[in-house]
Design a protein around this ligand. Structure first.
Ligand SMILES: Nc1ncnc2c1ncn2[C@@H]1O[C@H](COP(=O)(O)OP(=O)(O)O)[C@@H](O)[C@H]1O
Ligand SMILES: [Mg+2]
Length: 255
């Protein structure tokens, strides 16, 4: 299988000298095309740091990060901005929608910035809105729709440019359980039916149980990998809870 992401011996050290703090240590792993991978770990373990470094939002102190054949750890800022726009998709906890734009305009923004032809853009908007069941909301503004619908809009925007890799950072963190389940089911079907490659950071075992593979991070190091294989989502959920109980001593430590 071909890798979409190859992380090789990545370190991240914040600050300098006596005030420095090593947030990531010798992280290496790969994600292959079509995978749905979760990153889990206790609070302060380095999950957000890892996501930021892989998603070109921050740079590693050392190591290499290949997205397909491009080493983003060696790219200059300007090159990174283009790379991010053309090849990566983002879904954040707080949606990051623009309030003055309609749902349709929010979704098509990345393609408009990339100056794609208008007809093509509208066709893509409809296709992606259908996948997430929000065709009826396209002319509404963010303040007129629910949190779950906002997150579906944000997901459509992340996907419309058909990114090589989608990064999701606690995407269900602000949603009620019904909306969270709907979103996780949409992400799963995007992964299985459209072969989207997704990496999702979450502290929530239920959200993680929708992934096919989970990497656990502790004190800046990868500590364990769990693969769902043929297990049902419910069985996988139980295994994740067991693992969290072991790591944290008590599930409440895992936030
Ligand atoms: N900008 C920063 N400067 C210094 N230390 C940081 C910075 N960002 C995060 N850290 C530290 O790095 C560690 C990992 O943080 P983070 O990646 O946010 O963990 P997580 O997302 O798993 O909770 C924590 O100890 C945190 O205090
Ligand atoms: Mg975090």
């Amino acid at each position: 299988m071909e890798h979409v992401l190859k992380v090789d011996k990545v370190d991240k050290i914040y600050g300098k000298g006596a005030n420095s703090y090593q947030a990531l240590e010798n992280i290496s792993f790969t994600i292959e095309a079509g995978e749905f991978v979760g990153i889990m770990g206790p609070s302060g373990a380095g999950k957000s740091t890892l996501l930021h470094v892989l998603a070109t939002i921050d740079s590693p102190t050392s190591g290499d990060i290949f997205i397909e054949q491009d080493n983003i750890a060696k790219m200059k800022d300007e090159q990174l901005a283009d790379f991010r726009r053309d090849h990566l998709g983002f879904i954040f906890q707080d949606y990051n929608l623009l309030d003055s734009l309609t749902v349709r305009e929010n979704i098509l923004l990345p393609l408009a910035i990339a100056k794609q032809p208008a007809k093509e853009i509208q066709e893509k908007v409809h296709a992606v809105a259908q996948t997430f069941g929000i065709e009826d909301l396209l002319e509404k503004y963010p303040y007129q729709i629910s949190g779950g619908q906002k997150q579906r809009t944000a997901s459509c925007r992340a996907l419309i440019s058909q990114p090589k890799l989608i990064f999701a950072d606690e995407p269900t963190g602000a949603l009620d359980s019904k909306s969270a389940t709907d979103l996780l089911e949409s992400l799963s079907s995007l992964n299985t039916e459209h072969e989207a490659t997704i990496m999702m950071v979450t502290h929530d075992a239920y959200a993680a149980s929708f992934c096919r593979r989970i990497l656990f991070i502790q004190d800046g190091c990868l500590s364990k990998e769990m693969i769902r294989g043929n297990q049902s989502r419910k069985q996988f959920f139980q295994l994740i809870l067991d693992e969290m109980a072991q790591i944290g001593g008590d599930g409440h430590d895992i936030i």
